[in-house]
Ligand binder design. Structure first.
Ligand code: AMP
Length: 373
């Protein structure tokens, strides 16, 4: 049953990273208090929260503490232990529920579910043990991508395989991490994503399509509007809306997709939360993905998602922090976001920048100038 969570109430966020921080900042702007559960000390979200509970994510005592002080519970990352998620669904107001979490925590369940809703994914086959190699290889062919069903992100737990020998080696290595899925290689023209949000009142809205450029499997830039035809953008949005309905979404879902050479679209993966590729919406859209998420779980009407300007978002990883801080004198037309992480470890997401422009090419130019500093 949907409830209206009035400003002044407390929103409990599981996970204290940058997504939790930006969710919390939107929630604070809207008049809420914020509690966060996160094991690490001085996390990005803890720095802006009213109440901090420092326990492991799967610790039921921690879950009890956060539910005691919160009027609604949400999360910033999907790998929440199933027991805890089920407990929260029964014991407190957790409108997003555990069902979508269970599906998106497991690549195979996720692909089965997406396909059952009539949405296309790359060809795939399950590998539960070495006996499945032969069959999967015959149905998928090469090249292919072997992925762990659980826990992979930013390309971790994955291997591109070009022949049987490489597949066998990768399977014996990755099977230690549990079930696997072999996916056909998709020769794509670009990668895109759509962030869709559905409220507890059943209202659904999608943000404009982002074109995502990865470096070493980590998101580097999101270019919006995506440089694909309007028809393709509409197809991508329709896919996201179909999934939102079919999955009984509450809250936010990021749908990552491949655009093939022939213009057709396949879904790569889902994340049931705000997403790195939606950060551009903070400056470029009428409603950011974070505000939209808070509206959705608190029973507000959703905000408009109009794009006010072409935009490019660029991530700042550990190795980029120093040069970007030196480039601040050149940032009059660029918005800098830093997440308050102390240690600038290589490849760690430390912040991002957003450049608006008359065109995406002009926004890209603004960011390129910073690299020449
Ligand atoms: P994922 O963790 O599944 O999002 O994969 C990370 C990145 O690897 C994607 O953003 C793609 O650039 C690439 N990738 C993953 N799966 C495939 C595939 N089946 N075909 C081609 N590229 C892929």
């Amino acid at each position: 049953m949907s409830r209206f969570i009035a400003p002044g109430s407390t929103i409990g966020i599981i996970g204290g990273g940058q997504l939790g921080r930006m969710m919390a900042l939107s929630a604070k702007q809207m008049g809420y208090r914020v509690a966060v559960l996160e094991p690490s000390i001085d996390s990005p979200c803890a720095q802006v929260a009213d109440v901090v509970i420092e326990t492991a994510y799967g610790d039921i005592e921690g879950a009890k503490q956060i539910t005691k002080v919160s009027d609604v519970i949400t999360y910033e990352f999907e790998n929440i232990d199933e027991e805890t998620a089920k407990w929260m669904t029964e014991e407190c107001y957790f409108p997003q529920g555990f069902e979508l979490l269970a599906v998106t925590q497991h690549r195979l369940l996720e692909k089965d579910k997406i396909s059952s809703l009539g949405v296309k994914v790359a060809p795939y086959a399950a590998i539960f043990d070495e006996k499945d190699i032969e069959k999967s290889m015959l149905s998928i062919g090469f090249p292919a991508v072997l992925k762990t069903c659980r826990g992979g992100y930013d390309g971790k737990g994955q291997a591109v395989v070009k022949n049987e020998h490489e597949l066998r080696a990768a399977v014996s290595h990755l099977l230690k991490q549990g079930e696997l899925v072999l996916e056909g290689w998709v020769p794509f023209q670009c990668e895109i994503s759509v962030i869709v949000t559905r409220s507890t009142l059943g209202e659904t809205k999608a943000l404009p399509v982002a074109e995502n450029i990865h470096h070493n499997n980590i998101l580097h830039q999101s270019v919006v509007p995506a440089r694909i035809t309007e028809q393709m953008q509409n197809s991508a949005k329709n896919i996201a809306l179909t999934l939102a309905d079919g999955l009984n979404l509450v809250g936010t879902l990021a749908v990552e997709m491949f655009v093939k050479e022939d213009g057709s679209i396949l879904v790569n993966e889902l994340a049931p939360r705000p997403h790195n590729s939606g950060h551009y919406s903070i400056e470029a859209c009428e409603t950011s993905q974070f505000e939209q998420h808070i509206r959705a779980i608190c029973g507000w009407p959703l905000g408009e998602t109009t794009l006010h300007s072409p935009v490019v978002m660029e991530n700042i990883l550990g190795e980029h922090v120093e040069p970007m801080i030196e480039a601040i004198p050149l940032m009059s037309g660029v918005k800098l976001h830093l997440y308050g992480k102390k240690e600038a470890i290589e490849k760690r997401k430390m912040g991002h920048m957003t450049a608006l422009g008359e065109t995406t090419a002009k926004a890209l130019e603004k960011l390129a100038k910073l690299h020449q500093y």
